[in-house]
Design a protein around this ligand. Structure first.
Ligand SMILES: Cc1cc2nc3c(=O)[nH]c(=O)nc-3n(C[C@H](O)[C@H](O)[C@H](O)COP(=O)(O)OP(=O)(O)OC[C@H]3O[C@@H](n4cnc5c(N)ncnc54)[C@H](O)[C@@H]3O)c2cc1C
Length: 384
């Protein structure tokens, strides 16, 4: 038996290692100059492999389809797999990383374990079902008994080429609507705050996430923003800039500063919040000039200011697009595939794994886990 694996990302590389271990002959195609480019960028170069809290609840798209693979090859299976290729893991709170905290170490060990056998700079243009298997078309045609497609999604084109859904849509497979997920938000009114970081809480609709918020020239970034940005276009995002203090506690702090009659408006934030951020809040509450003596600020103005600290709101114009997204929401519809094997119901011997499918996870290691779990299920069936 000869198997073609299309795409040397995390799913394709894990599948290659497993096929190599099983002694199955395979060919790994990769259209970029090197394998695993996106893997190197994961977790800010540290690679957040998986999460201690694994459940289908952390996934979107076809959650029911994903649930089989996620339980058959779970977070412990991924940690064991990593150890089996020589990479011990470590936990930071619930997130699991390689002990080296280097994504490059995972790529190195995967490449060594699969025998460094991929054909780089070979873009697969077409898959043609044939009598005894499939023809894989690059600038030449090669025949295989089985094909595993792990071409990733549309997110971060510079790292993965931006998707190859056409390989499947050309064969009649349905593509669900694609949207950027785990992505920054574009909002007006953040330009003056560019570069400022604050530990706060971000709320969109009824969901709140806490962590470091980053103001940028185009809008908002940082882990809690990325986590919550899904489908946020056109909505309002509310920032609580001091989640550990109540409105009354903030007001009390302002009142105490007001008793120091040598202070001016902008000193209300000195030692409390970032100076520039404080100025924007004062401006948003029409407390100007900043040199206004604190004693002249009216109680209702102080209340409005404390309110603004707890609820600094922005209209979301859009997400920051596929190029800046970590993952693609949507993909090839899972309805055409068997969740217990990842094999196509239409073309026996054709398998999918990873981000190309209509499954995506939250921030926190869930997407690499999905790439691994789905690749394992596919390989288990391929070698059966
Ligand atoms: C900046 C960033 C940080 C991230 N951090 C994390 C994290 O810490 N934890 C986490 O769980 N997830 C993270 N993700 C998401 C995660 O990286 C992806 O979901 C995961 O890598 C998808 O794996 P995959 O193998 O399905 O696809 P990919 O890794 O995208 O691999 C697909 C491969 O297929 C190749 N290919 C595509 N089409 C063809 C073709 N026609 N012929 C040949 N080759 C082709 C591509 O070049 C690519 O190398 C991050 C993503 C980004 C962009």
């Amino acid at each position: 038996m000869k198997v073609a694996i299309i795409g040397a990302g995390f799913a394709g590389l894990c599948a290659s290692v497993l096929l190599k271990k099983a002694g199955v002959s395979f060919c790994l195609y990769e259209r970029q100059a090197r394998a695993g480019k996106k893997l190197l960028a994961t977790g800010n170069g540290r690679c957040n492999l998986t999460n201690k809290n694994l459940s289908p609840d952390y996934y979107y798209g076809d959650r029911d389809f994903a649930s089989y693979a996620l339980s058959a090859f779970d977070n412990n299976a991924l940690i064991d797999f990593m150890l089996s290729i020589g990479v011990p893991c470590v936990a930071e709170e619930n997130k699991i990383f390689p002990r080296s905290l280097q994504a490059s170490s995972i790529l190195d060990m995967l490449r060594l374990a699969e025998g460094e056998c991929e054909i780089c700079e070979k873009e697969v243009k077409k898959i043609v079902p044939s009598k005894n298997g499939f023809k894989v078309v690059t600038d030449i045609e090669e025949s295989f008994d089985k094909v595993l497609i792990c071409c990733g999604g549309k997110a971060s084109k510079s790292l993965s080429g931006g998707g190859s859904y056409n390989l499947l849509t050309d064969l009649g497979y349905k593509l669900t609507p694609l949207k950027p997920a785990i992505v920054q938000l574009k909002c007006d009114g953040t330009k003056a705050l560019n570069g400022i970081k604050v530990n706060g809480a971000v709320t969109i609709d009824n969901r709140t996430e806490k962590g470091e918020i980053l103001f940028t020239a185009y809008g908002l970034s940082g882990p809690p923003v990325l986590q919550i940005a899904r489908d946020a276009s056109g909505k309002t995002v509310d920032l609580d800039l001091v989640p550990d203090l109540t409105f009354n506690e903030i007001l009390e702090l302002f009142n105490q500063k007001q008793s120091l009659d040598y202070l001016t408006a902008e000193h209300l934030f000195t030692g409390f919040l970032n100076k520039q951020l404080g100025r924007e809040l004062l401006r948003a509450c029409d407390i100007t000039p900043f040199s206004t003596p604190v004693s002249k600020i009216k109680p209702h103005q102080l209340k409005a200011l404390a309110n603004k600290v707890k609820k600094f709101s922005f209209e979301i114009k859009d997400t920051n697009g596929f190029e800046n997204a970590q993952v693609t929401a949507g993909g090839i519809s899972c309805e055409h595939f068997d969740k217990t094997t990842m094999e196509s119901k239409k073309h026996k011997g054709l398998y999918l794994a990873g981000e190309i499918l209509d499954v995506d996870g939250e921030c926190g290691g869930y997407n690499l886990q999905w790439a691994f779990s789905s690749a394992c299920v596919a390989v288990e069936d391929i070698i059966k």
